[in-house]
Design a protein around this ligand. Structure first.
Ligand SMILES: NC(=O)c1ccc[n+]([C@@H]2O[C@H](COP(=O)([O-])OP(=O)(O)OC[C@H]3O[C@@H](n4cnc5c(N)ncnc54)[C@H](OP(=O)(O)O)[C@@H]3O)[C@@H](O)[C@H]2O)c1
Length: 283
């Protein structure tokens, strides 16, 4: 299984997304089983947020993790921008910890930039880290200029990751953000790796003939092939979300699939790298 160095830990490059999980009570057991299947197949990182279902996703994750040793899981949650102030952040972190039935997070992300000054957010994240409530903090939906601003702050360089939208149809961040992150040894957590909710309508990447043929040759689904493509550089973790226990186990296979140089070139022909700066894609 391909691994990525994240906040001082080697973490399998396929993690587990959880947005929308917990929204439908009748599907709770299935969602829990999907998370467990992913973990049993070799994933370790679980990504959630206080925003997802106003805490329902964190509650479901807390239940799903009960049979596991806490130290075997790399748990990520996120604070909403308007809760990231000195007055509110710690209270919101405590609520997340309660829902998740744990006393620490491995990584706490600032979900996206809001009105609270970045300096204040960073100083609060540092404070709760030093208090032992989180092992590390990071950011999400940051572009290159945001990262540069962050790096100017006294503790800004303590950020352990940036989580952004990235998939083969949305390669914009390869232009300057990914080179910046490589230079600064900051791993990427790639969200919506298989196109997010759009794919319920069938995104073009899943119907692309080259993708489909390559997947068939490897004996995997197009989803798994596209996940292997995302984690190809050894510095990126993909966090596909699924409520289907079989899909969850299948997705982890992507961590074992190495694409050849020729395969990567033919995918580049279908989905060319960006040649100019593009606005950051968000979901
Ligand atoms: N930081 C942020 O701002 C941000 C924003 C968006 C998302 N995220 C995180 O990233 C995670 C993933 O992103 P996402 O949920 O937007 O989209 P995604 O993982 O790209 O797509 C989710 C969809 O893919 C389907 N799927 C996944 N694996 C599959 C497989 N092997 N075969 C068939 N279908 C498959 C799922 O359907 P089935 O249930 O039928 O398998 C689901 O409808 C989120 O859950 C969340 O944790 C973060």
């Amino acid at each position: 299984m391909k691994e990525v160095l994240l906040a001082g830990q080697k973490v399998p490059a396929i993690g587990i997304g959880t947005w929308h999980m917990g929204d439908v009570p009748a599907r709770e057991e299935q969602g829990i089983q999907a998370i467990r299947n992913g973990l049993d197949a070799g994933a370790r990182l679980v990504d959630t947020a206080e925003m997802y279902g106003s805490g329902r996703s964190e509650t479901l994750v807390g239940k799903a993790l009960q049979p596991y040793k806490r130290e075997d899981i790399f748990l990520v949650s996120k604070v909403l921008p308007h809760n990231a102030s000195k007055a509110k952040l710690e209270r919101h972190l405590d609520q997340s910890l309660r829902r998740l039935q744990t006393d620490y997070l491995d990584l706490y992300l600032y979900h996206w930039r809001g009105r609270v000054p970045l300096k204040e957010v960073v100083s609060e994240l540092e404070r709760v880290r030093q208090a032992g409530k989180i092992k590390a903090w990071g950011v999400s939906n940051f572009d290159t200029s945001d990262m540069e601003e962050l790096w100017q702050l006294p503790a800004g360089k303590n950020a352990a990751a940036n989580e952004d939208l990235y998939n083969i149809e949305e390669r914009g961040i390869e232009y300057d953000l990914l080179p910046w992150q490589k230079e600064h040894e900051l791993p990427l957590i790639a969200y919506s790796p298989v196109g997010g909710r759009q794919n319920e309508l069938g995104t073009t990447m899943l119907r692309n003939k080259v993708v489909q043929k390559m997947a068939e040759q490897h004996g995997v689904s197009p989803y798994v092939l596209l996940l292997a493509w995302i984690i190809r550089d050894g510095r990126t973790i993909a966090i596909p979300q699924t409520s289907d226990p079989d899909h969850a186990a299948a997705n982890v296979q992507a961590g074992e699939l190495e694409l050849t140089g020729a395969e990567l070139s033919s995918l580049d022909q279908e989905y060319p790298q960006p040649t100019t700066k593009e606005p950051l894609s968000i979901n």
